[in-house]
Design a protein around this ligand. Structure first.
Ligand code: AMP
Length: 215
């Protein structure tokens, strides 16, 4: 049987997911943060990990390059989630997707706001739902800089403690969604790897519940 391939990204998601996988009896034999290998074996013959850039995780899982993956809800919303199911909230890497800007900004003001973000789809959809006209400027990082240099009026970004906004004299203005890391599964893999996926889902679900009960 072909090994079950799980796409993970280095950094926060990997660091916080690892203990959950360990509790479920699976762990990579090398640390992806250090290893240059992109396919990393696990302690189990039937499971391997793929070291994938965060924004590429939904694409790998959608097209079957990976059977499963772990990804932030923000990245998943921006991707659209086509071909994926999202069976488990891992309750880690929690933050909020927010509209932010200068203190005192009136979001009801009748003007065409310019919004800098890497979440172009989420931002467009959010403002369309509120019937507001916006212009989106796509950026790939450090969105907080954009309003400071006159590139935009608002940003849409993930906010955790809010200290990055504060350090740049910006404030959260409106919440778009609560974010946490989700387990995603390729729809067809549910049939081809049903047993492996069901048993891993059950063990990970148990690990999440045990961790939550200790908090
Ligand atoms: P903070 O200053 O704690 O609000 O964190 C803000 C910055 O950290 C944001 O600009 C994000 O790039 C990043 N960040 C915070 N939480 C997350 C998360 N759960 N996933 C990915 N990036 C995050």
């Amino acid at each position: 049987m072909e090994a079950l391939r799980i796409a993970l990204s280095k950094g926060r998601i990997f660091d916080e997911t690892l203990p959950l996988f360990q509790a479920a009896g699976v762990e990579p034999v090398e640390n992806p943060a250090v290893s240059r290998k992109l396919i990393i074996a696990s302690n189990r013959d039937d499971i391997e990990f793929l070291n994938v850039r965060a924004s590429d995780v939904p694409t790998y899982v959608q097209h079957g390059g990976a059977h499963m993956g772990v990804i932030g809800k923000d990245v998943l919303m921006e991707h659209g989630g086509e071909g994926l199911i999202e069976p488990l909230d891992l309750h880690i890497a929690q933050c909020r997707l927010m509209v932010a800007g200068f203190p005192g900004t009136d979001l009801q003001e009748k003007k065409r706001f310019r919004i800098a973000t890497k979440y172009a789809n989420c931002a467009r959809q959010h403002f369309a739902q509120h019937g507001r006209q916006v212009e989106i400027i796509k950026l790939y990082g450090s969105m907080e800089l954009a309003p400071l240099v006159g590139l935009c009026d608002l940003i849409v970004d993930v906010v955790d403690t809010g200290s990055t906004l504060k350090a740049n004299d910006l404030v959260p203005l409106e919440s778009i969604a609560d974010i946490s890391a989700r387990l995603v599964v390729n729809r067809s893999a549910l049939k081809t790897h049903n047993e492996q996926i069901s048993s891993l889902l059950a063990s990970l679900g148990q690990a999440v519940r045990e961790k939550e009960s200790k908090l």
